[in-house]
Design a protein around this ligand. Structure first.
Ligand SMILES: *Cc1c(COP(=O)(O)O)cnc(C)c1O
Length: 445
């Protein structure tokens, strides 16, 4: 549950510095490497929604595994200390707490798009009238390609069997009512919905429980892409009765470029050995895995979808990051995230009034990231870069900025908004000055 938000801070540098001083979570930043600005100082890194920063413990964790391999060779699979056969299982409980799942419902494997295909192989099984898929837009291209290729794989034409739900004319984000209406309209022709928990382009948080219920009400399967949701917003996948979900760990979860991804399979399906799946030896039950039997004996839960033995060097950074997220906890992170992002929104409104924030203004409907439409997005981004402020660009005129709660400061948010305003030649809105005297309330009260 989201906690009530504290009153907005004045959008000033002084207020930002005071808030950084007052917040005990400001110190988390020191556990990470912050990328460098052109002048060698720490950048204002607001691209954690795209590639999270590196925890300081990650290098040693990878080196430890290299050393274990050098010293133990094949025995590293079973030696205490390395235990490679269980490398992905160690993260299960932490990951489960981050996404609101039972431990057996989570698996760490492959990458997001690979997992999406594997789970679609299990859960997109069109038959008879029930052939349709509904997805949301803007759609991340990989998700669209995956769905369209799955449809074709089943001999179905996407033009006929795929419905893409766009925001209404003149609106930037989707209405849950419209999605529900489309689901109800598809009725018994609907096989599957695949929506984004947080939209990659607009930052809109979707109502996972409600849309999952609506999908189940017509007898279809609810799959979720949580690439921009995991580690960003609190999730309750088990209680929401989500059928399956996929996410990557290199965005908010700080596990490194191309890091190993994670997936969720509800225990309803995972505990049923007859759930169809594409199988590999590592998905075998651990008790029978090494009997090298000819028949597949699915492991318990989401583990039954694993194909191959885990890539140890690539898993080490995931373990480090998940441990930090689990230690801090999603409730505390969400609380700070709402305050930081609220502050960035306030600073943009005041210091860069010609920027249009597309992300919903309601804190419950957004995560860390704000998507901002600008008169000159490319020029603004280039101007920010020379000052060591890292955001990113999405066609045609949007920059995305995420002050993430683990590593960004209030000062980062203020500096970014001030630089956007300066690049656009905006005149700060009046009204800000009258609030300069505001004192931040204790942020963890
Ligand atoms: C980042 C992202 C992906 C990336 O897919 P990979 O297989 O990890 O390259 C897919 N879908 C969405 C919605 C994303 O945001």
């Amino acid at each position: 549950m989201d906690r009530p938000t504290t009153p907005p801070l004045a959008p000033t540098e002084a207020a930002a510095r005071a808030a950084d001083q007052a917040d005990p979570m400001s110190g988390l930043r020191t556990r990470f490497h912050i990328p460098a600005a052109p002048d060698g100082t720490e950048a204002v890194y607001l691209a954690g929604h795209s590639l999270g920063v590196q925890p300081r413990d990650t290098r040693d964790a990878v080196l430890t595994q290299l050393d274990a391999w050098a010293v133990a060779g094949v025995e590293g699979h079973f030696r205490p200390g390395s235990q490679w056969v269980q490398a992905d299982g160690v993260m299960r409980e932490q990951a489960a707490r981050i996404v609101g799942a039972r431990p057996s419902e989570v698996v760490t494997m492959n990458t997001l798009t690979v997992n999406l295909h594997l789970l679609l192989a299990s859960f997109f099984r069109p038959s008879g009238r029930r052939t349709q898929v509904i997805i949301d837009a803007p759609t991340f291209p990989s998700d669209r390609y995956a769905i369209e290729s799955q449809l074709r794989h089943h001999g179905l034409d996407p033009a006929e069997h795929l419905r893409v739900m766009h925001p209404r004319e003149g609106e930037a984000t989707l209405r849950t009512d419209d999605l529900e209406a489309a689901i109800a309209e598809a009725g018994d022709r609907l096989a599957l919905t695949l929506f984004a928990g947080v939209n990659y382009a607009t930052g809109q948080v979707m109502d996972i429980p409600r849309l999952t219920r609506a999908t189940h009400a017509v007898g279809a399967i609810a799959g979720w892409d949580l690439a921009h949701a995991a580690g960003n917003v609190p999730l309750s996948l088990h209680d929401a009765d989500v059928d399956f979900a996929v996410w990557c760990t290199y965005k908010y979860l700080d596990s490194g470029p191309g890091a190993i991804a994670q997936a969720f399979v509800h225990e309803r399906h995972g505990s049923d050995p007859s759930t169809p799946r594409l199988s590999g030896w590592w998905g075998n039950h651990p008790d029978t895995r090494f009997r090298m039997a000819d028949t597949f004996d699915p492991g318990i839960g989401a583990d039954g979808w694993k194909l191959s033995n885990p890539p140890i060097l690539s898993l080490a950074p995931v373990a480090v990051s998940l441990a930090i997220f689990d230690e801090v906890g999603m409730t505390a992170l969400r609380d700070r995230s709402q305050r930081l992002t609220g502050f960035l929104a306030e600073c943009l409104a005041t210091l860069a009034p010609s920027a249009t924030i597309l992300t919903p203004a309601d804190p419950a409907q957004r995560g860390s990231m704000l998507s901002v439409r600008l008169p000159d997005a490319r020029g603004t981004l280039a101007a920010l870069e020379t000052q060591g402020i890292i955001a990113d660009f999405r066609e045609p005129d949007i920059i995305r900025m995420a002050p993430v709660p683990m590593t960004n400061s209030y000062l980062d948010a203020w500096r970014a908004a001030a630089a956007v305003g300066a690049a656009l030649g905006d005149t700060p809105q009046t009204g800000a000055a009258s609030r300069t005297g505001d004192v931040p309330r204790d942020p963890v009260a």
